[in-house]
Each structure stands twice: as structure tokens, then as C-alpha cells.
Design a protein around this ligand. Structure first.
Ligand code: NAP
Ligand code: F7E
Length: 341
């Protein structure tokens, strides 16, 4: 039985990846931080919890030692781009240096890099890199060779994580890969990200629980896919004989305005009646456009996405309608509802 350790197991991707690996027969360990982490009940049933924090080197060594994983998936990060301007140093520590600490923990526990250790042997490492690293894009679409020009402290921190992962691969023969994932969403997406903010608001406005939706730049263009599809690519990357980095996305571009239109259309409302542009949601430096060229992932991993953009937005609105209607009837959420985000 293969053993996996997931950091960020309480996040969107962590939950889908844990489900996927359990279904594939893995023993799954999840790193959870904090004394009384309010997200602890998001950990999928069947996952073994180990305490630890990307800010604390010794806790990571202890976690790797306890889980004895064949594969480590480093998904933990401060992942909300606007927050990275307000807490730039913390973002660098967690999202950037946290990767180095995880790599060091693997090196210390497995002995990789010591005299006599065989290159490529031992623990395999997946780093959650991001299309945010492309930032001000130099070409459309973006692939593994596209120049990085990050536009936020988050993007800069991810670029560090990306290069230190590659460096450990080249320096120590570690089987370490970066998945350069484009935006991926689901009903479990955090409420601060634009798709979920829109689908939840459309549902709540429909139910009379909210009057307006305040947004920033409606012209921003992204390549949005379904998180459940993207975690399959993570496992496939670690299953390759030769470690390499892969871009993962759909290759289709849509604007924030498209998300708004489809979400309000799904609940039978005209978005113009409810959306207000609010400068507080406009970023100091914007990533205007992202679009993936996933040829390498499609050819080498045989990975393909299964959920179309419109279906994804409708899936999220439907889930938010059901959840909001339940909350309307039972204002105090049951533990089951907490778990379901
Ligand atoms: P998410 O929902 O925001 O989850 C982030 C996770 O990181 C949470 O489990 C959080 O735990 C954990 N975390 C934060 N600080 C930590 C620390 N100091 N020590 C340990 N754990 C910590 O993110 P996601 O959308 O699932 O994304 C997963 C990863 O992929 C992230 O690295 C993100 O940057 C990257 N990524 C995401 C996308 C996307 O579109 N979703 C695209 C490209 C790359 P708590 O519950 O304790 O806060
Ligand atoms: O913004 C615009 C905003 O916060 C998308 C993270 O998972 O994907 C995500 O980062 C776009 C931006 O995602 C609002 O200006 C307009 O252009 O949903 P988002 P993101 O910044 O692309 C990447 C790949 C990651 O790696 C990150 O971890 O939408 N936008 N109005 C807004 N965005 C938000 N959040 N809120 C608004 O009101």
C-alpha cells in the first residue's frame, strides 16, 4: 500500500486529493496546523492526521518521520492573492520558505543527498506551483518554458517554491515535481475567491438573503477548471519514471464578467441589477490574462479535464443554493454542514 502525506489537507485541493488517493488504495496522512484549527472537521474520513506547520521545521521532520510517506504533496500555502500584499512577509515564509522546509524534512528523514544514497530513490515530492507565476504574461498560452513575471507577493513566493523544488531535483536527485496549475474551482472553493464569491452571492440574492454583490475588475481573464480533475494530474505527475514540471489547465479563457453572467442566469436574475463595482477589490498590480498550454500533461500524463466552464459555474451555484436554503431553515449549522463547506 502506497503512503501519501498531504499538507493543506483542510483546503479545497487537499480534500479532493485525499478522496482521490484513498480511492486509489493509498494510506493517506494529512498535516494539520494549530491548537484548535476550525477547519479540522474538513479532513476527509479515513485520513490520518499529523500535527505540523510549514513555519516550523522540526514539526515537518516529525510529520515525515511519523507518516513514512512514499509521496509528499505540498499543497499548504497562503493562497489568497490580495492577502499577500497585506502580509507579504508571512506569505514569503509560508508559501515560499515553507517549500524549502518541507524539502529539507524529506532530505533529513530519507537520507537523500547523503553519501551512498541512490539518486531518485525514496520519497517523491509534489509542489503546488501556480499560473500566478506567469503574471504579466510574455506569451499566450503559457507552457512550462514561459518566462515568469509574477505580479504579487504570492506569485513571487510561488516562484521561489518552484525553483527550489527544481533545484533539489537537480542537486540531490530528488524525485521532485512542480504542477503549474491554473485556476481550479469547486463547491469547496474558499468564499474569498471570485468564482465562489459570485456563485454564493447569486444564490443568496435569489433566496433574499443578500441584496448586492461588490466586485473589482470584471475584465480579468482566467483559465478556470474543476479542482476534482486537477488533483488527478498531481498523482499522475508523481507516477512518472522521470520527474518533470507540468502545466495543467483547460486552454479556454473566460472573463470574471462571464462567471457573473452564467451564475445569475442560473438563478434566473439579471446581474446588472445586483453587481456593484467596488475599487477596494481592484488589485495594486493585476494579472490580466492567463491561459494554459497543457500539451505536455495531455501527452505524457494522458490527462484531460472532464468538466466544462459553464457546467462548473452551474454546479457551484446549485451547491450554494442548496446550502444557503438549508442555512436559511437551520441558522445554526450542523457539523455535517460545516464539513460540506
Ligand atoms: P486553500 O483552499 O487556500 O488551502 C490552503 C491550505 O494551506 C489550507 O489547508 C491551510 O490550512 C493550509 N495552510 C496555510 N498556512 C499553513 C501553514 N503555515 N502550515 C500548514 N498549513 C497551512 O488552497 P487550494 O485552493 O486548495 O490550493 C492548494 C495549493 O495549490 C495552494 O498551495 C495554492 O497556492 C495552490 N494553487 C491553487 C490554485 C487554485 O486555483 N486553487 C491554482 C494554483 C495553485 P488551514 O485550514 O489551517 O488554514
Ligand atoms: O481572482 C478578479 C481578480 O481571487 C481572479 C488562487 O487560487 O488562482 C487563484 O488566484 C480574478 C482576479 O483568483 C474580485 O482581480 C474581480 O483577476 O479568484 P481570484 P486568483 O487571484 O487568480 C491562482 C492560480 C492561485 O494560485 C491562487 O492561489 O478575479 N476579481 N473582483 C476578484 N477577485 C476576488 N477574489 N474578489 C473580487 O471581488
Amino acid at each position: 500500500m502506497r503512503r501519501a502525506l498531504i499538507t493543506g489537507v483542510t483546503g479545497q485541493d487537499g480534500s479532493y486529493l485525499a478522496e482521490h488517493l484513498l480511492a486509489e488504495g493509498y494510506q493517506v496522512w494529512g498535516l494539520v496546523r494549530g491548537q484548535a484549527n476550525p477547519h479540522r472537521d474538513r479532513v476527509i474520513e479515513g485520513v490520518r492526521v499529523v500535527e505540523g506547520d510549514l513555519l516550523d521545521q522540526s514539526s515537518l521532520v516529525a510529520a515525515v518521520d511519523r507518516a513514512q510517506p512514499d509521496e509528499v504533496y505540498n499543497l499548504a500555502a497562503i493562497s489568497y492573492v490580495p492577502m499577500s500584499w497585506h502580509q507579504a512577509e508571512l506569505t514569503a515564509e509560508v508559501t515560499g520558505l515553507g517549500v524549502l522546509r518541507m524539502l529539507e524534512a524529506i532530505r533529513m528523514v530519507s537520507g537523500i543527498g547523503r553519501a551512498g544514497a541512490s539518486p531518485g530513490a525514496g520519497i517523491r515530492f509534489y509542489q503546488a506551483s501556480s499560473s500566478e507565476m506567469f503574471g504579466k504574461v510574455s506569451e499566450v498560452p503559457q507552457n512550462e518554458a514561459t518566462t515568469l513575471h509574477p505580479r504579487s507577493p504570492y506569485g513571487v513566493a510561488k516562484a521561489y517554491g518552484h525553483f527550489i523544488t527544481r533545484n533539489y531535483r537537480e542537486s540531490f536527485g530528488l524525485h521532485a515535481v512542480s504542477g503549474i496549475l491554473f485556476n481550479h474551482e469547486s463547491p469547496r472553493r474558499g468564499r474569498e475567491f471570485v468564482t465562489r464569491k459570485i456563485t454564493l452571492s447569486a444564490a443568496r440574492i435569489k433566496l433574499g438573503l443578500q441584496r448586492e454583490l461588490r466586485l473589482g475588475n470584471l475584465d480579468a481573464v482566467r483559465d478556470w477548471g474543476f479542482a476534482g480533475d486537477y488533483v488527478r494530474a498531481m498523482r499522475l505527475m508523481l507516477a512518472q519514471d522521470r520527474p518533470a514540471d507540468y502545466v495543467v489547465g483547460t486552454g479556454h479563457m473566460h472573463s470574471v464578467r462571464d462567471v457573473v453572467r452564467i451564475a445569475f442566469d442560473t438563478v434566473g436574475l439579471d446581474w446588472h441589477d445586483h453587481v456593484v463595482i467596488d475599487p477596494q477589490f481592484v488589485r495594486p498590480a493585476e494579472v490580466e490574462l492567463l491561459c494554459a498550454d497543457s500539451t505536455r500533461a495531455r501527452v505524457e500524463l494522458r490527462w484531460t479535464p472532464t468538466v466544462e466552464f459553464e457546467d462548473l459555474i452551474r454546479m457551484m451555484v446549485t451547491a450554494d443554493l442548496e446550502r444557503s436554503a438549508r442555512e436559511q431553515q437551520t441558522p445554526v449549522a450542523t457539523p455535517q454542514e460545516h464539513r460540506a463547506w
